[in-house]
Ligand binder design. Structure first.
Ligand SMILES: Cc1cc2nc3c(=O)[nH]c(=O)nc-3n(C[C@H](O)[C@H](O)[C@H](O)COP(=O)(O)OP(=O)(O)OC[C@H]3O[C@@H](n4cnc5c(N)ncnc54)[C@H](O)[C@@H]3O)c2cc1C
Length: 376
């Protein structure tokens, strides 16, 4: 049998592909990465960059918290253009029902070592004076942060390249399998392991993957320094983000270092065109103005869309693909792939190199899907 050209070939140059390249090169593997356009394209170019701990499930919590801690460790090495800021998240409670969720979240986070602070209406107003008066309170999660995803992806990829990883851009991959990657121009490259990190397009390369494109819109304003201090998210976000079928919007805003405000968020299935859907945009901005009325007076600079890679159980697919033993998956991160890229890369590299992972990997293994879908 002829020797493969590489130990590992990664397909995809979004933040997940870049993080995997960084981690696998750190472990001394002979590596190449193939992307079709730029480093930090795809959903990574479209994402919000909120580095957030979430507790939709224990498995989601474990991966987001682990990853957030890895971002904290990397923090002093991140270049300025990554714009990492530990601004904290405030989960805003509009009414007493949502305060019940605030206390549940505080208890869960507290039991798992994540510091939080319950905010009464006055404290909330003091921290974010531009919020509409009359909110019931909120939960401050001070260790959450924000960053600029395309530059974070570039930083991770450059570290991999500095260790000898080869980056090929410009020609998309047409097919992967049996230790071979075929490019659209017909060229073939061999590797012992191929990592499919093609985000929302992963199923095009690995048929049978249950990944749906979930469209999102974002808007960025002109510069209004001091208007917003934390990432603010409505607690209703939890309901809308978790819906697996209907379209939804939620109040989710982020302060950028430039003084700009990034306004999200929307979720849609079945809209696979890149164009802005004005009905979703209007709903999203109206929702944001219900919480921050001052937004109505602001100028916006740009609006765009992106596609999250959604799995049926809302957890990513990280590990060997059951259909072909040369293929490993690192995809399906939906709205959390910027946060979870570093944890994904660690546990993927652990599986490839036979190292004991620091968190249990079973909830993310692609082999879980066959079992789950059989009972769906
Ligand atoms: C509106 C919006 C807001 C978001 N906000 C946040 C947030 O605040 N926090 C957070 O953690 N996450 C957020 N996300 C999610 C996050 O952006 C994604 O989970 C993450 O970017 C996924 O990274 P990825 O590398 O897996 O995929 P992508 O970034 O989509 O990268 C996929 C890569 O595969 C390449 N590719 C695809 N097909 C081929 C092919 N045939 N050949 C070669 N290359 C190919 C693409 O060119 C690209 O390089 C948001 C997403 C959206 C859409």
């Amino acid at each position: 049998m002829s020797k493969a050209a590489y130990d590992v070939l990664i397909v995809g140059t979004g933040i997940v592909g870049a993080a995997c390249a960084n981690e696998l090169s750190r472990r001394g593997l002979n590596l190449a990465i193939i992307g079709q356009e730029l480093v930090g394209d795809g959903a990574t170019a479209a994402g919000m960059g909120h580095i957030v701990v979430m507790d939709d499930s224990d498995a989601q919590f474990a991966l987001t918290r682990y990853s957030q801690q890895l971002w904290h460790e990397l923090r002093s090495e991140l270049p300025d253009d990554v714009e990492y800021e530990q601004c904290g998240t405030i989960w805003v409670a509009a009414d007493e029902d949502e305060m019940i969720e605030v206390r549940r979240k505080r208890d869960y986070y507290g039991e798992h070592g994540v510091p939080t602070e319950v905010l009464d209406p006055k404290t909330l107003q003091g921290l974010e004076p531009n919020l509409r008066p009359g909110m019931a309170g909120g939960l401050l999660v001070p260790e959450d942060g924000v960053l600029y995803p395309p530059c974070a992806a570039r930083f991770l990829m450059e570290r991999a390249q500095a260790r000898g990883a080869k980056l090929h851009l410009g020609v998309p991959v047409a097919k992967i399998g049996q230790g071979q990657v075929r490019l659209a121009d017909g060229k073939e490259i061999s590797a012992q392991i191929i990592v499919n990190a093609a985000g929302a397009s992963a199923a095009d390369l690995t048929p049978g993957l249950e990944i749906k494109k979930r469209k999102g819109h974002l808007v960025i304003t002109d510069r209004y320094p001091g208007f917003l201090r934390h990432q603010l998210v409505e607690l209703g976000y939890l309901k809308s983000a978790h819906s697996v079928s209907s379209d939804s919007v939620a109040f989710n805003v982020q302060p950028r270092r430039t003084g700009q405000i990034l306004i999200g968020s929307s979720r849609q299935y079945g809209a696979e065109h890149k164009q802005v859907d004005s009905f979703m945009l209007v709903r999203m901005l109206q929702r944001a103005q219900e919480y921050l009325p001052g937004l109505a007076r602001m100028s916006t600079v740009r609006t765009w869309t992106g596609f999250r890679a959604a799995t049926p159980d809302k957890l990513p697919l990280i590990g060997p693909w059951t259909g072909d033993k040369s293929i490993f998956l690192a995809t399906g991160h939906e709205g959390l792939g910027i946060t979870t890229s570093l944890g994904t890369a660690r546990i993927l590299a652990d599986q490839i190199t036979g190292t004991k992972p620091e968190i249990p990997v079973e909830p993310y293994l692609p082999s879980r899907t066959a079992k789950e879908y059989a009972h769906a």
